[in-house]
Design a protein around this ligand. Structure first.
Ligand code: FAD
Length: 398
């Protein structure tokens, strides 16, 4: 059986290592548009900008590993089409046959037309090259549009590098859709305490270029004049290739519980996969590091014949200033009806559970790195009296 992986990111790196670990001896080709071997993106908005992580440390494996494991990684190569009937992927002038195909094409940052058209110094952050460029320019005044994870992590790194930072966000609080009001307030306070000019509930009306600077016109607040503007307003999945090929696509490549796409020889994993999650009972596309790793491995096992659903709950982490947190679970658009806090949110040393109709939907800790195993045990289960009682230690639950 010969396997082709489109996209050389984290899902790809983990899929190929799992294929070899499980004893697959057939050909494996990974085709990636970037000039780099697969790498980890989390350091790009944290350690790499802070100078605590070196660019060389971000790679999933070095070239010798791929050679040793007979994995043919073709960097700087774009897959331009997929022929499902003939089982081939097109690479511009040539094509490659596959018996099993993994789509691991990730996602692309959303752009703002006004910023792109302005000619002002504007960056987005997705690739190692983006991060290296950004690291060199973390001085003076930085404006960031979007108070999501990446916007806030860059704000933290930029403040620590001594830059003045303004963050513009249209929602009433940063991260409110994911965390709810109580925890979103913790992040708003954190950034303000560190000197970020956090402007919430504002709308960017336009961006202009004047004297080498970006001038951001903001409705409901003064203009922001910045040496650099980072647009961090989310990503869209790279699912164009799949839809052109005739695969089912809807906010990502639609895959079943096993991660199989609408063609039985094709799979998707990571940021591009819209997965029918059997535990959550809903479709979900997760843009997190852990999901890319675990779905990559899972798709590999299913390609080799495993008949198992992917059931792992979404998990992510962030580091901002002296705050580290991990989150497991998922609160969907219906929200939550109860929040149980153990510890002190003000001190940013706490664990939190989100509940709805007596079930624990998600859990998170702030600066309590021993908590994640206990959170994993509790999330997804019934919320009994002990779960609801903050005086019962988290470690005693589940
Ligand atoms: C700056 C940053 C910080 C992050 N921090 C965190 C964090 O702290 N915690 C967390 O949980 N998650 C974090 N994430 C998210 C996490 O990194 C992603 O979820 C993960 O990288 C997704 O992996 P992937 O393999 O699905 O896609 P990617 O890593 O995006 O890889 C996909 C690759 O496919 C290539 N490709 C696309 N189309 C084609 C084509 N047609 N032909 C060839 N190649 C193609 C792309 O160029 C790309 O290199 C962060 C992401 C970023 C950008």
């Amino acid at each position: 059986m010969n396997v082709v992986v489109v996209g050389a990111g984290l899902a790809a790196a983990n899929a190929v290592s799992e294929l070899r670990e499980q004893g697959h001896t057939g050909d494996i080709v990974v085709v990636g548009e970037e000039q780099y071997l697969p790498y980890e993106r989390p350091p790009l908005s944290k350690g790499l900008l802070l100078g605590s992580a070196e660019p060389d440390a971000v790679f999933a494996h070095d070239r010798a590993w791929y050679d040793e494991h007979e994995v043919d990684v073709r960097v700087g190569t774009v897959v331009t089409g997929i022929d499902l009937d003939r089982g081939r992927v097109q690479l511009g002038g040539s094509d490659l046959p596959y018996d099993r195909l993994l789509l691991a094409t990730g996602a692309t940052p959303r752009h703002l037309a006004t910023a792109d058209a302005s000619g002002a110094p504007v960056l987005h952050l997705r690739t190692l090259d983006d991060a290296l460029l950004l690291k060199d320019r973390l001085q003076g005044r930085i404006a960031i549009i979007g108070a999501g994870w990446i916007g806030l992590e860059v704000a933290s790194a930029a403040r620590q590098a001594g830059a003045e930072v303004t963050v513009l966000e249209s929602a009433p609080l940063p991260l409110q859709r994911v965390l709810g009001e109580e925890l979103a307030t913790v992040f708003a306070d954190l950034h303000r305490e560190h000197g970020v000019d956090l402007r919430l509930g504002v709308t960017v009306r336009g961006v202009e270029h004047a004297g080498g600077k970006a001038v951001v016109h903001v409705e409901g607040s003064a203009d922001v004049i910045a040496d650099l503007l980072l647009v961090a307003v989310g990503v869209t999945p790279n699912d164009g290739l799949a839809s052109q090929a005739g695969l089912a696509v809807d906010n990502g490549v639609r895959v079943n519980a096993l991660l199989r796409a609408s063609d039985p020889h094709v799979f998707a994993a990571g940021d591009v996969a819209n997965h029918d999650h059997p535990v959550l009972g809903t479709r979900i596309r997760v843009e997190h590091w852990d999901t890319a790793i675990q779905q990559g491995k899972h798709a590999a096992r299913v390609m080799l014949g495993a008949d198992e659903a992917y059931t792992r709950l979404p998990y992510f982490f962030t580091d901002q200033y002296d705050l580290g947190m991990e989150y497991v679970g998922h609160v969907d658009a219906r929200g939550y009806d109860e929040l149980v806090v153990r510890g002190d949110l003000g001190e940013r040393n706490a664990s939190v559970l989100w509940l709805r109709e007596g079930r624990v939907l998600a859990g998170m800790h702030l600066n309590d790195w021993d908590a994640i195993d206990s959170l994993r045990r509790v999330v997804g289960g019934e919320a009994d009296d002990a779960v609801r009682d903050p005086s019962v230690p988290l470690a005693d639950l589940g």
